[in-house]
Design a protein around this ligand. Structure first.
Ligand SMILES: [Zn+2]
Ligand SMILES: [Zn+2]
Length: 320
């Protein structure tokens, strides 16, 4: 966590002027879980249209998930050396979120998801997280929240006065296996090995790449979705996974015939491949994260080339 990103007066050295760190800023996170069911079926659409738009999620009476919620909160330390008393945090999350939602059908719990009202919306991961944020905001100094529907699908929302109240980030995780060799053709083998080490060996080596794609946008007021999830999954599959999976990237993917397929370059190329098609589908590509091994990953923030794009609030969640 990067406490130094919070706006605060320059921190005094931890000395007698700040006993127990009092006044120094910090971000804390708290995790909570609940199990709930939901159904994606809009009453104004017929059976066939619901099935076309929402796929298996429209099959009555619904299906369920074991949700995982991560709440990031920030503020100055109190005299006891804490941002907040974790017991108070736990009780606020339980009272406002997990008690009302656990073992319930989400469509029926909160008025946001009452589809008989014109302003009602489907309880998607991102719409649910916005509703959770709105319930926790009066009680906790929120910075950001993350909600995992499962390990391969999660939403993030930011909190604070400058946040668009309807905006959310949606991430999907997938994977592919590929081989590569790191070498610049204009250099000799020994020169390449001096730069890339074992990764320059002539016949290549492989990785099981984990790919996270994050899109950003306002949720649709009726479907509760940042984008058509099935369309996003189709784009990632058709443009990245299918062409890259079980290939030797240097030889089988044209771009890497002339561009060294480092994790950074693969992530950048994936962002280039996805940016426009995702924009055409109505969302914005926010981030591509490519994990090459348990020990290294590359991230590209696609909306701006600035390296400082990562919102500090999301960093608080990233390491959880
Ligand atoms: Zn579901
Ligand atoms: Zn490698």
């Amino acid at each position: 966590m990067t406490a130094t990103r919070l706006t605060a007066p320059p921190a005094a050295p931890a000395s007698s002027t700040a006993p127990h760190g009092r006044g120094r800023p910090c971000v804390i996170t708290r995790r909570a879980g609940f199990s709930a069911s939901h159904l994606y079926r809009l009453p104004e659409l017929d059976e066939a249209e619901n099935a076309r738009r929402f796929g298996p999620c429209s099959i009555a009476p619904g299906h369920g998930h074991n949700y995982e919620l991560i709440v990031a909160m920030g503020g100055p330390l109190d005299a006891d050396g804490m941002v907040l008393n974790l017991s108070d945090v736990k009780h606020a999350i339980r009272r406002e979120v997990t008690d009302p939602l656990d073992f319930r059908c989400l469509n029926g719990v909160w008025p946001e998801f009452d589809l008989s009202r014109p302003e009602g919306r489907l309880p998607t991961t991102e719409a649910l997280l916005l509703a959770i944020r709105d319930r926790l905001a009066p009680h906790l100094p929120l910075v950001a929240l993350r909600l995992h529907e499962h390990t391969n699908l999660w939403a993030d929302v930011l909190a604070g006065p400058t946040t668009d109240p309807m905006e959310a980030f949606l991430s999907i995780r997938t994977h592919f296996a590929a081989a590569h060799r790191l070498a610049r053709p204009e250099l000799s083998q020994s020169e390449n090995e001096a730069i890339y080490g074992k990764c320059a060996r002539p016949h290549g080596h492989g990785h099981n790449y984990l790919l996270d794609v994050t899109v950003r946008g306002p949720i649709d007021p009726r479907t509760g979705m940042v984008c058509d999830l099935a369309e996003l999954q189709r784009l990632v599959n058709d443009l990245v996974v299918e062409p890259f999976d079980h290939t030797f990237l240097n030889k089988d993917v044209e771009h890497f015939a002339t561009c060294v397929p480092t994790a950074e370059n693969i992530a950048l190329h994936i962002a280039d491949l996805l940016s426009e098609p995702i924009a055409a589908s109505g969302a914005r590509l926010h981030r591509v994260r490519l994990q090459e091994s348990p020990n290294n990953a590359a991230e590209v923030f696609a909306e701006t080339p600035q390296l400082g794009m990562a919102p500090a609030a999301l960093e608080a969640l990233a390491a959880v």
